[in-house]
Design a protein around this ligand. Structure first.
Ligand code: NAP
Length: 494
């Protein structure tokens, strides 16, 4: 239904094309007949059909990536040339940013303003950042403490063929956050995007061909995680998997990687705390806490889904949050006035509503939202739950929806323990005017990113990843590029 409004000509043309797999520099049909319908989350209508790649498709894609890694100019191409290609991909996306934004919104449901102002510009910036790294990868010259005279050096070499498996919440950003460093390091890749949101990944493939990236360097196989994703993760000729997704699937990849001991980077789930201390500037902290959970309909790995508020501000904060939640305008992402779009799928909507139901059943009070919206699409109201206890599922488990649980804290010495009281450790936010207290608390919180007086933010140069069951390794920055390399030590007797 919403497909009929406001779509650019380019986007319509893209949607009307048949979708295929990108293998060895050419668009190709799957070896099987299976397909996946792509739904518009705003109304549940089918907007496209994409191939459901299978094991044979993954085998072909991995072989192409291996050939490209071993023999094509990619790994021996000058770093400056690789840098130009990455920059060119960014330029080509920039020239088509309206279309990319519309596709992202149609596919994922997020507000078009967010696709236009965040997802697509950030994806372009991420690629440009990684373009710069091509010419900056370096080893070291350690001293050698042995009898005799030696010169030792370390080399950073590309890890090889890499499988990139991405989720649906920031589809293009997740893809380029992996593709950028992989290509900058000289790796070749097979990308398996999320089944719900593959359209911008496919469009990215077209742009990559247009940028004249050599055949086989980037292969894209759409399909189901349990089929195409699992085949990629288990493949013995894949040297590394870079995965972003749920902790449950991340754990399954550990077994899949076992066969050839492939390297694994795992960016997994979170249940991140927002903490409002007694001296916080509430005029900023209350909207900050709301934005931390309601942005992208709460489908953000670093979503501030647990709020801990100093007892004395509890009522004021709840009141402020409820007012903000009431002002959120829910609607189809393509409507420029929409502030909150639908969830990505009917499955996700059901999951979120089930969690809200479990909170009610366990005796918590839903003070805002808590319901689906309308009779079509996958909408859930921004929801605030109070009177929770630390054992409740809504406090412990990642919901991945617009659901905030709020706890009053009397004894501030307990804050770090409360913040750390889940299996996750991805992110945390602290609101206070006292920077000394903020730093002391930040040190005690076991999370990969801690923000002070801000919701969670990151950038391509800032290491990002999780403590505990939020993951293995770091993306972004030096650590990010190094994770796509092997370290070799070369020692010469002089
Ligand atoms: P998911 O179900 O784990 O899926 C992520 C990706 O893995 C998808 O491409 C999925 O394919 C694929 N997959 C599923 N089963 C697989 C298997 N057995 N072997 C290989 N691949 C498989 O996660 P999601 O629901 O898409 O995304 C939400 C989760 O991602 C949340 O937990 C969120 O916290 C996490 N996330 C983390 C970060 C971070 O940086 N830490 C960022 C964003 C999201 P299908 O789509 O076909 O299932």
């Amino acid at each position: 239904m919403y497909l009929s409004i406001d779509l650019g000509e380019q986007t319509r043309a893209t949607l009307n094309r048949p979708f295929q797999l990108l293998i060895d520099g050419a668009w190709t049909d799957s070896q099987g007949d299976d397909t996946l319908d792509v739904f518009n989350p705003a109304d549940g209508s089918v907007i496209a059909t994409i191939p459901a790649g299978n094991k044979q498709d993954i085998d072909r894609a991995v072989s192409a990536a291996r050939r490209a890694f071993e023999s094509c100019p990619w790994s021996v191409m000058t770093p400056g040339h690789r840098a130009k290609m990455l920059w060119r991909i960014a330029d080509l996306i920039e020239a088509r940013q309206e279309e990319f934004a519309e596709l992202e919104t149609l596919d994922n449901g997020k507000p078009i303003m967010m696709s236009k102002k965040v997802d697509i510009p950030a994806s372009i910036a991420i690629l440009r950042y990684w373009s710069g790294w091509c010419t900056k990868i370096a080893g070291q010259t350690p001293v050698v403490d042995l009898p005799g005279e030696f010169l030792a050096m370390t080399l950073r070499e590309p890890v090889g063929v890499v499988g990139l498996i991405t989720p649906w919440n920031f589809p293009l950003m997740a893809a380029v956050s992996k593709l950028g460093p992989a290509l900058a390091a000289g790796c070749t890749v097979v990308l398996k995007p999320a089944e719900q949101t593959s359209l911008t990944a496919i469009r990215l493939g077209e742009v990559i061909l247009e940028a004249e990236v050599p055949a086989g360097v980037v292969n894209i196989v759409t399909g189901l995680g349990g089929v195409a994703g699992a085949a990629l993760a288990e493949h013995d000729d894949v040297d590394k998997i870079s995965f972003t997704g749920s902790t449950a699937v991340g754990k399954s990849l550990i077994g899949a990687a076992r066969g050839n001991l492939k390297r694994l980077t795992l960016e997994l789930g979170g249940k991140s705390p927002t903490i409002i201390l007694p001296d916080a500037d509430l005029a900023k902290a209350i909207p900050g806490a709301a934005n931390a959970i309601f942005l992208n309909s709460g489908q953000v790995c670093v979503a501030g889904s647990r709020l801990y508020v100093a007892q004395r501000h509890f009522d004021e904060v709840i009141e402020g949050l409820v007012k903000i939640a009431a002002r959120y305008r829910l609607g189809p992402g393509l409507d420029p006035t929409t502030i909150m779009g639908p969830l990505v799928s009917d499955k996700q909507q059901k999951r979120v509503l089930d969690y809200i139901g479990s909170a009610r059943a366990e005796g918590a009070n839903v003070v805002a939202g808590g319901n689906p919206v309308g009779d079509q699409g996958y909408f859930v109201e921004p929801t605030i739950i109070r009177d929770v206890n630390p054992q409740m599922r809504v406090v412990q488990e990642e919901i991945f929806g617009p659901v905030l649980v709020v706890t009053a804290v009397e004894d501030l010495d307990e804050l770090a323990a409360l913040a750390n009281d889940t299996i996750y450790g991805l992110s945390a936010s602290i609101w206070t005017r006292d920077i000394s207290i903020a730093y002391k608390l930040a040190k005690k919180i076991r999370a990969g990113t801690v923000t002070i007086n801000s919701g969670s933010i990151t950038g391509p140069n800032l290491p990002f990843g999780g403590f505990k069951q939020s993951g293995w390794g770091r993306e972004n920055g030096v650590e990010g590029i190094e994770s796509f390399t092997e370290l070799k030590t070369v020692i010469t007797a002089l």
